[in-house]
Design a protein around this ligand. Structure first.
Ligand SMILES: Cc1ncc(COP(=O)(O)O)c(C=O)c1O
Length: 454
């Protein structure tokens, strides 16, 4: 569904990007970064690789402090799904800020409306809820609920998954030197099917989902104490580079878990609320999880997240001391409720799906024209381009990943790096014209870097 010309986020593609500085990042960005970085330590690679400082955002554009306007292919970091400063969301937050900012976890009209709206849009029986202020906190609560519901304590998650940066959340993901003594006890990682880099294949080279599942069965047998509470997974691995599983993976994993009394927890912090063209990404495979976490685009930039638990297990929430200082505050609830209503009113789920198809078709053309592009993938507005040194060996091309990220940013596309994988998460209010303009710029950057490095 094309967005109408009078849509609030409409912008003429021909006017973008609008770059005015001689060198980008410009002098004001440089000055602000010097001052900010004198104190704040530990910026993400997104910032370190391209230290620009932003002043404002409107819809699908970001403007830096030097007056350069970029096409936004990042939505912050998968957060401003409905575009920057959606009027309905901003007004709802402002209204709440002038009415009541916090009353701990007492009910308020807006909170109850949000809970009822969430119950209405979730397609399964996830009727037990708790609200939080970060994805990590929601994930931690989800783990505690799985333990309380099953009386078991172990967790299985997957290579390259990302679930946050607290003690247990990091134990669900890839370890590195920043994780001190390492994984907490009772946390185990297994490979999951990556269609571009499969570990188990059939004789004819197709991805062999059954082989993954039989590996899981053996692994649980030998590595765990048999007390696995839940499989915890991202439906699509976002941080790892927009990696979509094959369509038979989640239905088979659901059956696998059911046979063993293991819960299925879908961490939808990144993938939910329109990002892939549905409220919940698991809807694509018709698989109902027992526990779901929601975040990022949920409040379109306002820090609000949620944990949803199935009817069968929701009483377990009572046993985890679930409430927090900020969870469910009126401003957060207003932001989330207005975001869902805006998605409904503007038909944005359908638009996200269609936009994703248009973008993927263009990305396939880019792949056909450029040998360093090993794979392109995506659904809705969650997309990725994987760069390789050699299509036969699939050796990751990290230097090219960094160079293409920077080059495209200099040319006016704000986006997200991940080693040799370039991640794209445009706001779902982007028009095809603007999205294609952004992809033209990305192709130009790939072309130049390929010319220089190959
Ligand atoms: C799948 C997933 N889970 C959890 C988190 C943690 O969310 P937050 O940064 O809001 O704590 C993230 C953040 O990127 C994520 O992608």
């Amino acid at each position: 569904m094309a967005l109408p010309k009078d849509h609030w986020a409409h912008v003429d593609a021909a006017s973008l990007p609008h770059l005015v500085s001689e060198i980008i990042p410009g002098p004001k960005s440089e000055d602000l970064n010097r001052r900010g970085m004198a104190h704040m330590i530990g910026y993400s690679s997104q910032v370190k690789l391209f230290p620009v400082a932003f002043e404002r955002g409107h819809g699908v554009t970001l403007t830096d402090v030097d007056g350069n306007t970029y096409i936004d292919f990042s939505s912050g970091i998968y957060v401003t799904t409905l575009g920057h400063c959606h009027p309905k969301v901003s007004e709802a937050v402002a209204r709440a800020a002038h009415t009541l900012m916090n009353c701990h976890d007492f009910n308020t009209p807006v909170k109850v409306e949000l809970l009822e709206k969430l119950a209405e849009i979730q397609p399964w029986d996830l009727t037990g809820m708790q609200l939080y202020d970060s994805g990590t906190t929601a994930v931690e609560a989800g783990l505690r609920v799985c333990r309380a519901a099953t009386g078991r304590h172990e967790f299985i998650s997957c290579y390259m998954d990302f679930h946050g940066k607290s003690g247990h959340a990091v134990s669900l993901g890839r370890m590195n030197e920043s994780n001190g003594p390492g994984r907490s006890q009772g946390f185990y990682l297994v490979p999951r099917p990556d269609p571009y880099r499969p570990m188990f294949t059939t004789a004819d080279g197709a991805i062999d989902t059954d082989a993954y599942l039989s590996f899981y069965a053996d692994y649980i047998d030998v590595a765990t104490t048999g007390q696995v509470a839940a499989f915890v997974l991202e439906p699509v691995q976002g941080w790892a580079g927009s990696i979509f599983p094959p369509d038979d993976f989640f239905p088979k994993l659901r059956a696998f878990c059911d046979e063993r009394g293991i819960l299925l927890m879908a961490d939808e912090v990144l993938t939910s609320m329109g990002r892939t063209g549905t409220y919940f990404c698991m809807e694509h495979w018709g698989v109902a999880p027992d526990v779901v976490t929601v975040g990022k685009g949920f409040g379109n930039g306002f820090p609000v997240t949620a944990m949803l638990v199935s009817e069968k297990h929701k009483e377990a929430i009572e046993r985890i001391s679930a409430s927090t200082s900020y969870g469910g505050n009126p401003m957060a609830c207003a932001a989330a409720l207005a975001s869902i209503e805006a998605m409904e009113e503007e038909g944005l789920l359908e638009h996200a799906l269609e936009l994703g198809e248009v973008m993927l078709a263009r990305m396939r053309e880019i792949k056909a024209a450029h040998p360093i592009v090993g794979d392109v993938r995506g659904r809705g507005c969650l997309l990725g381009i994987e760069l390789v040194k050699d299509r036969a060996t699939k050796e990751p091309f990290e230097e090219a990943g960094r160079a293409v990220y920077r080059r495209a940013f200099e040319k006016g596309v704000a986006w997200v790096p991940a080693w040799h994988i370039l991640r794209m998460s445009p706001p779902i209010v982007m028009t095809e014209e603007v999205a294609l303009k952004g992809l033209d710029i990305i192709e130009e950057a790939i072309d130049e870097v390929e010319g220089e490095m190959c």
